[in-house]
Design a protein around this ligand. Structure first.
Ligand SMILES: Cc1cc2nc3c(=O)[nH]c(=O)nc-3n(C[C@H](O)[C@H](O)[C@H](O)COP(=O)(O)O)c2cc1C
Length: 171
């Protein structure tokens, strides 16, 4: 894979996140787990290129993301749609999703050591966590007031993670 600068990305972020989906991937105690995500953002904050992802409390991957300083966002081609659907349904709490998906874990350097990504990715964003905050029912505005009852009736709130994009790898 070739390293490019974030500003050299040709992907449309709306298509990339909503349609192509991403795998939020992290390592904990030598084990890798990943989950499919289609909510998030790519942008600029605090003078840095950042990725924002939203992870519900119930996701096993959240324990991996919380444990370390880094995670990666892996984007795979259409030929991996079946695996992406599986990785968005099965939980690492019950099974080894790396084995179940047949994807290949590789590592790349970051400023805090090596981080896992999938060899099959067409694009990888290496993300360094800057900020994490659980969403708060009291922060919705008058136009968002129905969202808690629509999205969080089970109390399974998202945590917002803002991460600096430290490295971009493209196939
Ligand atoms: C297309 C798609 C997009 C998803 N996006 C998100 C997301 O942005 N945030 C989230 O918390 N869960 C999202 N999920 C659900 C998780 O991927 C799913 O619950 C997964 O099984 C969690 O696995 P884990 O328990 O191993 O972490 C999505 C699922 C699919 C199929």
């Amino acid at each position: 894979m070739k390293q490019i600068k974030p500003e050299e990305l040709k992907d449309n972020p709306f298509k990339l996140i909503d349609k192509d989906w991403m795998l939020i991937t992290a390592e904990k105690e030598g084990r890798t787990n990943m989950m499919t995500a289609s909510w998030g953002g790519l942008g600029v904050l605090w003078g840095k290129d950042v990725a924002t992802v939203y992870i519900r409390e119930s996701r096993f991957t959240k324990t991996f993301v919380d444990d370390g300083d880094f995670f990666t966002l892996c984007v795979l081609g259409e030929e991996y749609r079946k695996q992406l659907a599986y990785l968005g349904k099965a939980s690492g709490r019950n099974e080894d999703k790396v084995a179940g998906s047949g994807l290949t874990v590789e590592h790349t350097d970051s400023s805090a050591g090596s981080v896992p990504y999938f060899k099959e990715s067409r694009l990888v964003l290496v993300c360094k966590k800057l900020y994490a905050q659980k969403m708060d029912a009291g922060c919705f505005t008058k136009y968002g007031k129905d969202i808690p009852s629509q999205m969080y009736s089970d109390n399974d709130w998202h945590t917002i993670y803002v991460a600096e994009i430290e490295k971009v790898l493209e196939k």
